[in-house]
Design a protein around this ligand. Structure first.
Ligand code: OFO
Length: 167
């Protein structure tokens, strides 16, 4: 594989693991604030990010490259509200979409068709990632300061495994 492409894919492994770290920090903060549903949602999201990293790791190996790991940045520890955390998650997913788009561009530049095709899964996944975080932001904005509303959203988020989440 082209050296630059390999480096860019390795960088994306770090971005995905860094996403996992961020969402696990959010899960821990929700646990701390007695919001078990949101904690479960973020914990599942963190696991999905690890799966995204593993997908790239597997692809690098399949192509005969070597995965190399960089240090992960320390994530924020606490957020002012569930809305703040989900807004940050949505913004983060927009950033990850940008990273994926840059990877696709690079694959095209070096004429690496298999990597371009491999990345299509991530392009589609990012649509879902942005949608699922933004949906929660919209709901939280709708309920405003209502404690009842927050309780209900937390309960709904806890049911993610039952079919409302992304892969
Ligand atoms: Fe890996 O999709 Fe979110 O970050």
């Amino acid at each position: 594989m082209n050296d630059k492409m390999l480096k860019a894919l390795n960088d994306q492994i770090r971005e995905e693991l860094s996403s996992a770290y961020l969402y696990l920090a959010m899960a821990a903060d929700f646990e701390d604030k007695n919001l078990p549903g949101a904690a479960a949602w973020m914990s599942q999201q963190a696991q999905e990010e690890v799966a995204h990293a593993m997908k790239i790791y597997g692809y690098i190996n399949d192509k005969g490259g070597k995965a190399v790991f960089d240090a992960l940045p320390k994530p924020q520890e606490s957020w002012n509200s569930m809305l703040d955390a989900f807004k940050a998650a949505y913004k983060h997913e927009q950033y990850i979409t940008d990273c994926i788009n840059k990877l696709v561009k690079q694959a095209r530049e070096v004429d690496d068709t298999s990597t371009e095709i491999f990345l299509q899964w991530f392009v589609t996944e990012q649509v879902e990632e942005e949608k699922s975080t933004d949906e929660v932001v919209q709901k939280l904005q709708m309920i405003g300061d209502s404690k009842n509303g927050l309780f209900m959203i937390d309960r709904e988020l806890g049911g993610r495994g039952a079919g409302s989440g992304s892969e």
